[in-house]
Each structure stands twice: as structure tokens, then as C-alpha cells.
Write a protein that binds this ligand. Structure first.
Ligand code: NAP
Ligand code: G4F
Length: 326
């Protein structure tokens, strides 16, 4: 039985990837950081699975990671943990950069010392392309990061390449474009919109405050994207891959898709709050995932309209049940 370690298990991607690997017969060690409130909602459904073990870890703790490698002897490590909110990274840049950049450095050092055969996946991001005017972006596009978060992701991305070349590690980076789901964090814009629309529809909220509606993103489904992570580690050679849908839509398009299907008026319920704008914005993201299609045989299945509908129907059902105990 193969063993995989997943950092960031309590996050959106961690939970989907763990389910995917458990279904493939892996033993999965999920790593979570300690927090004062319980935040295991996304992993409660498989918490008791006989092939799943939850352990504490923090990206800032090198010794802890060494011990976990020695104890579980994994064949694969997926580094998904990060302070992943771009706007928050402007507010807590030092904490963000320490975790996002130095976390993978600590992990790669541990892998190289304990067992250089361990395959490593790094969660790189389309935010790394930043303000590059030459979209669509592929693996060779210039990285022009526009936030502390993206700068730190660029560091980690380059480091993975460096450890691959210098020490022959099987270390790959997935340059994933935005991916969403009913498990998306509630402060990211898509989930903020689907939760607010559900609450407004049920009479539990009146206004939704948003920032820049003009930014465009290439939005896919997280459940599809975790398969690509796994496929990267099954290849003979490590490499970098863009994972995207190849379509881009504005925040306003997403808002309209959700509000139209809920039959709600944007004019009546949505207001712009200047405090939600970022010091620097990434205006346009569009990915070209030709390489992943060709080499990994990977394809996105769920696209924009279906994704918006999936997220809204999940939230309206959940909030109705919570509010009215039906
Ligand atoms: P997420 O939902 O925000 O999950 C992040 C995870 O990292 C959570 O489990 C979080 O724990 C954990 N974490 C944060 N700081 C930590 C620390 N110092 N030590 C240990 N764990 C820590 O993010 P996601 O959407 O699943 O994304 C997964 C990864 O892909 C991230 O690295 C993100 O930057 C990257 N990425 C995401 C997207 C996207 O569109 N979703 C696109 C490209 C790249 P808590 O639950 O305690 O907060
Ligand atoms: O949903 P967002 O916060 O996601 P963002 O900044 O694109 O970052 C996400 O995707 C990256 C991949 O490209 C990941 F690396 C990263 O970890 C994260 O998962 O914002 C999307 C857009 C931005 O242009 C933002 O300015 O929505 C705009 N926006 C407008 N109003 C808002 C809001 N974003 C948030 N979070 N909240 C708003 O009220």
C-alpha cells in the first residue's frame, strides 16, 4: 500500500485530494496545524477511515516534518498548506512569506536528507503570472507576481525546479488556476457570492459588499484539479504543469450567473466597498493547459456555469437546513 502525506489537509484541496487517494487505496497522513477552534468540517466524512491518520504539523516546523517522514516513510508528499488568501497576504506579509516560501524549502531539505526517492508535489499558483500582459499563460510564461503571496509562490516554484536539477528529486509544481467548489473558503469571492445569494434568497441577509468586479479568472472545479496533482507524481520524470479550463470570466460574470439563477437583483443587493480592493490587482488570468492534456491525459470536466450552479445549490440547501432545521 502506498503512503501519501498531505499538508493543508483541512483546506479545500486537501480534503478532495485525500478522498481521491483513499479511493485509490492509499494510506493517507493528513497534516493540520493547531487552531483554537475545530476546523475539520471538510475532513469529517473520512476522519475515521482505517487508512487515514491526522497529525499536527506547521509549515514553520522543520523538525516535525523530519519526524513525520521517518515515522510514515511516504512515497509521495503533496504540499498544499499555505496562507492562501491574496488580499490577506498584503496584511500579514511576513507570516505569509515565511509559510508559503520557507515551508516548501524546509520540506525539500527534509526529503533530500531522509529519502530522496520521495515524490513531491508543490501547489504553485496562476497568481505567479501576476500582471504579465501575454495571456494565455503556459509553463514558460514570465512570472510577474503582484502580491506578497505570489512573490512567495514564485520563490517556492523556482526552488522546486532548483532541487529537481541540483539533487535529482522527483519534485513537480502544478501551476493551478483558480479552482472552486462547495468546500471553497468562505472569504474567496465565488463562495462569498454563493453564500450571500443563498442568505438573501432566504431573507437572512440584505446586502453583499464586493471589491473589484472587473477582474477575470480562469475558474475550474477543485475536484477535477486534484486528479492532476496525482497524475504529476505518477510520471516517470518530474515537471511543471499548468492546470486550467482555458476560459476566463469576470467576477461580475460569476455574480450574474448566481444572481440570475437565484432570480435576485444585483442592483438591489450588491454594493461596492473600496476597502475590498487590493493594493495591486491581478486583472486577467487565462491558462493554456495543452501540456497537461498531452502528457498527463488530464482534462477539466466541470466548467464555469455548472460550477456556479453547483456551489449555489449546495449553499442554499445547507443554509436552509441550518436556519430552518428542515
Ligand atoms: P485553503 O483552503 O486555504 O487551505 C490551506 C490549508 O493550509 C489549510 O488546511 C490551512 O489550515 C493550511 N495552513 C495554512 N497555514 C499553515 C501553516 N502555517 N502550517 C500548516 N498548515 C497551514 O487553500 P486551497 O484552496 O485548498 O489551496 C491549496 C493550495 O493550493 C494552497 O497552497 C494554495 O495557495 C494553492 N492554490 C490554490 C488555488 C485555488 O484556486 N484554490 C489555486 C492555485 C494554488 P487551516 O485550515 O488551519 O487554515
Ligand atoms: O477569490 P479571490 O480572493 O481569489 P484570488 O485572489 O484570485 O486567489 C485565489 O486564486 C489563486 C490562483 O490564481 C490562488 F493562488 C489563491 O490561493 C486563491 O485561491 O479573488 C478573485 C478576484 C480578485 O480579483 C479580487 O480582487 O475577485 C476579486 N474580488 C472582488 N470582490 C474579491 C472580492 N475577492 C475577495 N476575496 N472578496 C471580495 O469581496
Amino acid at each position: 500500500m502506498k503512503t501519501a502525506i498531505i499538508t493543508g489537509i483541512t483546506g479545500q484541496d486537501g480534503s478532495y485530494l485525500a478522498e481521491f487517494l483513499l479511493n485509490k487505496g492509499y494510506f493517507v497522513v493528513g497534516l493540520k496545524r493547531r487552531s483554537s477552534t475545530i476546523c475539520t468540517d471538510r475532513i469529517d466524512s473520512f476522519y475515521d477511515h482505517p487508512n487515514f491518520k491526522l497529525r499536527y504539523y506547521n509549515l514553520n516546523d522543520s523538525g516535525c516534518f523530519y519526524r513525520l517522514l521517518l515515522e510514515y516513510k511516504p512515497q509521495e508528499v503533496y504540499n498544499l498548506a499555505a496562507q492562501s488568501h491574496v488580499k490577506v497576504s498584503f496584511e500579514t506579509p511576513e507570516e505569509t512569506v515565511n509559510a508559503v516560501a520557507m515551508g516548501p524549502l524546509r520540506q525539500l531539505e527534509a526529503i533530500r536528507s531522509v529519502d530522496p526517492k520521495i515524490k513531491f508535489y508543490q501547489a504553485s499558483s496562476s497568481e505567479m503570472f501576476g500582471v504579465n500582459p501575454d495571456a494565455p499563460y503556459n509553463e514558460k510564461s514570465r512570472l510577474m507576481p503582484a502580491s506578497p503571496y505570489a512573490c512567495a509562490k514564485v520563490f517556492a516554484h523556482n526552488l522546486v525546479n532548483n532541487y529537481r536539477e541540483s539533487y535529482g528529486l522527483h519534485a513537480s509544481s502544478g501551476i493551478l488556476f483558480n479552482h472552486e467548489s462547495p468546500r471553497r473558503g468562505e472569504t474567496f469571492v465565488t463562495r462569498k457570492i454563493t453564500i450571500a445569494a443563498a442568505k438573501i434568497k432566504l431573507g437572512l441577509q440584505d446586502k453583499l459588499y464586493l471589491g473589484n468586479l472587473d477582474a477575470k479568472r480562469d475558474w475550474g472545479f477543485a475536484g477535477d484539479y486534484v486528479e492532476a496533482m496525482w497524475l504529476m507524481l505518477q510520471q516517470k520524470r518530474p515537471d511543471d504543469y499548468v492546470i486550467s479550463t482555458g476560459e476566463t470570466y469576470s467576477v461580475n460574470d460569476f455574480l450574474e450567473a448566481v444572481f440570475d439563477s437565484a432570480n435576485l437583483s444585483i442592483e438591489k443587493h450588491v454594493e461596492i466597498d473600496p476597502s475590498l480592493f487590493r493594493p495591486q490587482e491581478v486583472p486577467y488570468l487565462l491558462g493554456d493547459c495543452t501540456k497537461a492534456k498531452k502528457k498527463l491525459g488530464w482534462e477539466p470536466k466541470i466548467k464555469f456555469k455548472e460550477l456556479a450552479a453547483m456551489m449555489y445549490s449546495y449553499d442554499i440547501k445547507r443554509i436552509r437546513e441550518l436556519a430552518f432545521e428542515v
